[in-house]
Design a protein around this ligand. Structure first.
Ligand code: AMP
Ligand code: ZN
Length: 383
């Protein structure tokens, strides 16, 4: 560095270390309209959440998420949610360096609402746009506080739309080791819970809360005649795949064989059996996968557990008991379900690794299916 004094050099060094910037993040891949502003500190490689706003669609009356209803919900709430996120203390419009938005995978109508809104802001503010992979958000979010775990690590992403075990070697190298052949664990639990009479925006969470409320009030004698152990017989035992659809089928049939209405203690007993058997399946298939993987490297020592179902304490305890060698990393419960903080954080990590070249053109489109293995390939269209 010629022409500048030592004092200037030192000042520049510290300025670079402590440099900070803000990002606005928007997430609308499914039925939650979310926005957040994060403040990134270069020195500590961590971010503060300055705002975190979410408006969830209440699908109670529809029995599941209807894409057109989700689209309407986003259209109605996006401006309000983003305005609220931008109005929190400590946010300065001029400090916002770029906008991160979920580009995929997800429902097209939902994604396009957030993406179009983000493009408009980037155009108006003359700042770059960064389209982020939704699942990258889920698996990187525990790193927001302390940059741990470091690569390589595993992630169990267990939500309403996905259930997969992923191995991440670098920021842009992800391999799905075990995926579901039918529906996601959260979807299956929601369906079983609905059949058991629970209602709400997250039925599996309602069922969990009901179990936890008075664990002693349980009728152990009331049992479903049969609960499945999917892909666990004969050669299927070695299959590194999850399957959750059979749980709903069995619960639906099994409940018909029990006298109705169920008492609270009976309902708690059935809920616990369903939840336990779903979690048993998850852990069994992780063990099968890890047995195949073991010896290849040490990625299995760290595991992120993310996605809405990942906030369940019974699942966490089961994972810790069955995989004692593994160090688990959990996001805060608020950040387990879909949120914009994780999209902002994943955007920051990508920017810090790849610089300006990571930014997207304003012509990018939402992507319904986007393999995690192609995180940096720009899928141009609706797949
Ligand atoms: P996500 O798709 O990541 O937004 O997560 C939503 C899914 O997680 C829904 O299926 C919820 O019912 C489920 N969920 C949220 N909290 C819990 C919990 N504590 N136990 C089980 N499932 C949960
Ligand atoms: Zn999600």
């Amino acid at each position: 560095m010629q022409g500048i004094t030592l004092r200037q050099q030192i000042r520049r060094f510290f300025w670079r270390q402590t440099r900070q910037y803000q990002v606005l993040a928007i997430e609308t891949s499914c039925d939650d309209t979310c926005a957040s502003v994060l403040n990134y500190q270069k020195g500590t490689k961590t971010a503060n959440v300055l705002s975190h706003v979410r408006a969830s669609l209440n699908s109670t009356d529809f029995g599941g998420i209807i894409p057109t209803k989700a689209h309407e919900h986003h259209q109605r709430h996006i401006a309000k949610v983003v305005t609220e996120a931008l109005s929190a203390n400590g946010i300065e419009r001029r400090s916002i360096k770029f906008v991160c938005v979920t580009k995929g995978p997800g429902m097209l109508g939902s994604l396009s609402t957030g993406l179009s809104f983000a493009k408009g802001l980037c155009l108006a503010w003359n700042i770059p746009l960064l389209g982020v992979h939704h699942m990258l958000g889920h698996l990187l979010i525990p790193r927001i506080k302390s940059s741990t775990p470091s690569f390589p690590f595993l992630s169990l992403l267990v939500s309403g739309g996905h259930t997969m075990l992923v191995k991440s070697t670098t920021l842009d190298t992800h391999e799905i080791l075990c995926d579901t052949i039918d529906i996601a664990a959260g979807d299956a639990l929601d369906k079983c819970g609905r059949r058991l009479g629970f209602r709400g925006t997250m039925i599996a969470r309602e069922m969990y809360k009901f179990i936890q409320r008075s664990p002693a009030c349980i009728d152990h004698k009331t049992k479903l005649p049969k609960l499945p152990t999917p892909l666990n017989q004969g050669p299927n035992r070695q299959l590194t795949r999850f399957s959750f659809a059979p749980f709903y089928t069995m619960v639906d049939r099994g409940l018909d064989t029990l006298p109705q209405p169920l008492t609270e203690a009976q309902r708690r007993s059935i809920s616990l059996q369903v939840q336990d058997s779903v979690f048993e399946h998850i852990v069994t298939k992780i063990q099968t996968t890890l047995t195949k993987l073991r010896g290849l490297d040490n990625a299995e020592h760290d595991m992120v557990v993310s996605g809405g179902v990942g906030s369940n304490k019974i699942l966490r305890d089961k994972l810790e008991n069955c995989l004692p060698e593994t160090r688990f990393h959990y996001p805060d419960a608020e950040l387990c379900t879909d949120n914009a903080v994780m999209i902002g954080w994943a955007g920051i990590e990508l920017y810090e690794e790849f610089g300006d070249q990571i930014f997207d053109d304003l012509s990018i489109e939402p992507v319904r299916k986007w393999p995690l293995s192609d995180i940096l390939i720009n899928p141009t269209s609706v797949m």
